[in-house]
Design a protein around this ligand. Sequence first.
Ligand SMILES: [Fe+2]
Ligand SMILES: [Fe+2]
Length: 288
Amino acid sequence: MITKEVKIAHLSDLHISGPQDIRQLEHLDRMLEHFNADGFDHVVISGDLSHNADQREWELVRDKLKAHGLYHWEKTTVVAGNHDLINLEEEMRFYNALNPLPRVRKKAFERKLASFCEFFQELITGEERTDAAFPFVKIINYQSLRIAITALNTVYPWYPAENPLGARGWITPGQLRALKLPEVSDSLADCFVIGLCHHAFKVYGTDSLIDQAFDWTMELKNRDEFFEVMKAIDAKLVLHGHFHRFQSYEVNGLSFFNGGSFKYSPMQYSELIIGQGGEFRQRFTAVV
Ligand SMILES: [Fe+2]
Ligand SMILES: [Fe+2]
């Protein structure tokens, strides 16, 4: 079959909360079946696959992807969300009991991130890595064009004062530096570049004070540096999730798509179609 366009399905925020989450798992089955039936080339899941940062929940997602033949490097890409790495209740209990040093907490967080990367290695770098894999660049050659998915980890460890809900985002300087290396730009030169992370560039708020407080706890702290890097690598668009709404917006010529929330709208997803010349169109649609 000759495909001139590349079709990408984008889901976010599955929040699978254990094997008892039967309805949600059934919805996931239906969605993945639809992606196959509709001839999607690639599936992107932009974080919060699980709800309680539990490896058994990651397994449920992996099993579903495997059951639908989508658990392959060239078929699916995932990044971690805060709910994949931080179990708020556990963090608070641990903190209150031991009041550990921030350094110890940071180490524990890094270990969790590394275990996520190791667990989903096939969908991330595709290579065996013992350390955390972010940022990673996945270049897929399609008949009509080369697509580069450039993924960053935006999950920031839980800290009682600075990140009280564990929902604030931050990108480490090392990740930003890595993407600015000339060899990265060289390898991306003839690709259609897609940025991928969990946190929203823009958190839509209202004028209500409660919403404003909520926004602060959800924000991507160094979003300006992130934007600068996306521009430097000539990204055409960015896919993200976290803020449970289906949204599209543009910031200085860069398009952002929020894959919404599979948790709350399990029939809906974002469809992205990229043409041979790099032209693209996106829409939010639903399984019929
Ligand atoms: Fe979420
Ligand atoms: Fe999130």
